[in-house]
Design a protein around this ligand. Structure first.
Ligand SMILES: [Mn+2]
Length: 272
């Protein structure tokens, strides 16, 4: 299949009526993890790092588990369109096993500025962006975990209905956790810096053990420390690595999270 055919086919899936797994409400698309997943591999920002993506899929994922991508497939790295096409093919081949969340870079304003738009022909760009607009904003594994690119909006009380509001989408794609005890404006210019107390309240209100997100470069070690600081209620995953490190944004030990059938989490390097 050509790149255009792959993108048209995946766009078809997302344009059809939503399924048991893919749902939408008030224009916000989200995903409910199916009961039959035996575990999952969670992948953080990729930013055009095709080599890490190919490796983690071949070495870390078994087909009876789910594969959850936290967004930021494009911008910055060398193989951006290749990464988009690769994850689109995965979705076509394993529709019930693959969840693709939207990152803040799957946005025409952002990826016009950070390189993706200029790196692909306009017809292909148009198809990609139409698909990006339909990607799920978050995924929930009921009783277990909540997955989103950036984090949580500033709300009095958290439930699914409050998160299905177009007004809080930007906060979920842009926000970052912080060690401050209170909410602060995010220096990125969008979203919030959210405190530990809010993460705990969020998890309790939604009945999940932890919030799993991407969006910020983290070494495996630092991600572990951060999770400890948040009492195991928050994990940051960053999966972009070595082959593209000359751009200055990439780390030497990109990793994924492995969730086993009992819901236990392990940080696992992609390159070892
Ligand atoms: Mn991001």
């Amino acid at each position: 299949m050509s790149v255009v055919e792959v993108l048209e086919d995946v766009l078809d899936i997302y344009s059809q009526a939503r399924s048991r797994m893919h749902r939408w409400d008030r224009e916000v698309c989200y995903c409910v993890v199916p009961d039959d997943w035996q575990g999952a591999v969670v992948v953080g920002d990729l930013h055009g790092d095709l080599e890490s993506l190919e490796r983690l899929v071949s070495r870390r994922w078994s087909r009876d588990e789910g594969l959850i991508f936290l967004g930021d497939y494009v911008d910055r790295g060398r193989r951006q369109l290749d990464v988009v096409v690769y994850v689109a093919r995965l979705k076509l081949e394993y529709p019930d096993r693959v969840i693709l969340l939207r990152g803040n870079h799957e946005d025409s304003q952002v990826n016009t500025y950070y390189g993706f738009r200029d790196s692909v022909p306009s017809q292909i760009y148009g198809l990609c962006q139409r698909w990006f607009d339909l990607l799920d904003i978050f995924a929930i594994w009921e009783g277990r975990y909540f997955f989103v690119h950036g984090g949580i909006p500033r709300l009095e009380r958290y439930d699914l209905s409050a998160l299905l509001s177009p007004e809080v989408v930007e906060d979920m794609l842009w926000s970052d956790p912080s060690a401050y005890a209170d909410w602060r404006p995010n220096p990125r210019g969008a979203g919030w810096l959210y405190p530990k107390g809010a993460v705990e309240r969020f998890c309790e209100d939604l009945g999940v053990k932890a919030l799993i997100r991407g969006h910020q470069p983290r070494s495996a070690e630092r991600a572990q420390d951060e999770s400890r600081f948040f009492s195991g209620r928050l994990y940051t995953v960053f999966s972009t690595g070595l082959p593209s490190r000359d751009t200055g944004y990439f780390l030497e030990d990109p990793f994924v999270l492995l969730i086993d059938r009992k819901g236990r989490i392990r940080i696992e390097p992609i390159w070892d």
